[in-house]
Design a protein around this ligand. Structure first.
Ligand SMILES: [Zn+2]
Length: 319
């Protein structure tokens, strides 16, 4: 009897070990399969990467080319970027010449049959702001009108659904959630902007990144450097901006996280207008970078957090 019992115990232990091994192996296989099933995508700016990540969720792996503080107007792809771009199944970029020095690379990749998507293609031309004096060129800083930016979710959702139809329902749900969140962000921004008297709604920044913001939230917007940072501000421009600041009694002007601060600092010194803070323009902050305005905290590593931080900084400094 004792022998039988010992045999039974041994048998039970062996079964447990085998069961544990089988379960571990199944989990290992599941991990490999699910990891491999992810759609591998590239995104240029941190703003595009944030949108793509939110819609793709766990079904995609997003490689972002430009990190915090990087100026997309001046960015040139590195050798490792080109390797990564060739490896990615889909490439998402902003378009409208924001990534002005990467156009040739995108065209070559598209010719080779790679799926290359400009998220700004979702926006009807009549909603875009034309660049004065430039034929058929549009301002690329579309993310500063949340109602335009949420439209860009459409092309991201459709691209994922086409590349990975088995998860179409998840992409559709994620896109809907993101779009609702951004529409709410617009309403929040609108009511905060309206708390500032119209005469104080004048935004002076390093470069013309805020034209869509101005249109959406009724601000007069002055960018020292124009729509792209590729050309420097002229002396005459600087003198006329200083005059404008004095004439309109503007309390604060703003530096940007992805543009050198020197010109705005000089204008601040010569006009007597204080620097109201550092706004995010063409790049998000680092992941989980928390910034405070008054007693409110914002995660500027996300689109919503960055937008709210900018808006709160502007209102707080200009009121
Ligand atoms: Zn810009």
């Amino acid at each position: 009897m004792i022998l039988i019992n010992q045999k039974m115990i041994l048998h039970t232990q062996l079964r447990r070990v085998l069961y544990t091994l089988t379960a571990s192996f199944a989990f290992f296989l599941f991990t490999i399969i699910t990891t491999h099933a992810q759609v591998n995508v590239c995104a240029t700016t941190s703003l595009v990467a944030d949108l793509v990540n939110r819609i793709g969720g766990k079904h995609v792996h997003v490689h972002s080319l430009m990190g915090p503080g990087v100026d997309p107007h001046l960015y040139k792809a590195t050798a490792s970027d080109v390797t990564e771009l060739n490896r990615c199944q889909i490439i998402f970029y902003n378009g409208l010449h924001l990534e002005g020095r990467m156009t040739d690379i995108f065209e070559n990749l598209a010719k080779k049959g790679k799926t290359v998507i400009a998220v700004s293609d979702s926006i009807p031309k009549e909603n875009l702001i034309k660049i004065p004096g430039a034929q058929d060129q549009f301002d690329p800083h579309i993310w500063f009108d949340p109602l335009l930016w949420q439209k860009c979710a459409d092309v991201v959702r459709d691209s994922f659904s086409k590349a990975d139809p088995s998860h179409e329902a998840a992409y559709t749900l994620n896109a809907h959630q993101v779009q609702t969140e951004i529409q709410d962000l617009f309403k929040w921004g609108k009511s905060l902007a309206q708390s500032l008297s119209p005469s104080k709604r004048i935004l002076v920044t390093s470069h013309d990144a805020y034209n869509y913001f101005g249109k959406a939230f009724d601000f007069t917007v002055i960018g020292v450097q124009g729509v792209s940072t590729t050309s420097e501000a002229g002396l005459a421009d600087i003198v006329s901006i200083i005059d404008f600041i004095k004439k309109n009694d503007i309390h604060a002007i703003f530096v940007e996280s992805s543009v050198p601060h020197a010109t705005i600092e000089r204008i601040s010194h010569d006009s007597g207008s204080k620097i109201g803070g550092e706004l995010f323009s063409d790049a998000l902050g680092a992941q989980n970078d928390i910034r405070q305005v008054g007693n409110q905290k914002f995660n500027v590593g996300t689109y919503s957090g960055m937008f709210k931080y900018n808006m709160a900084t502007i209102i707080e400094s200009l009121k």
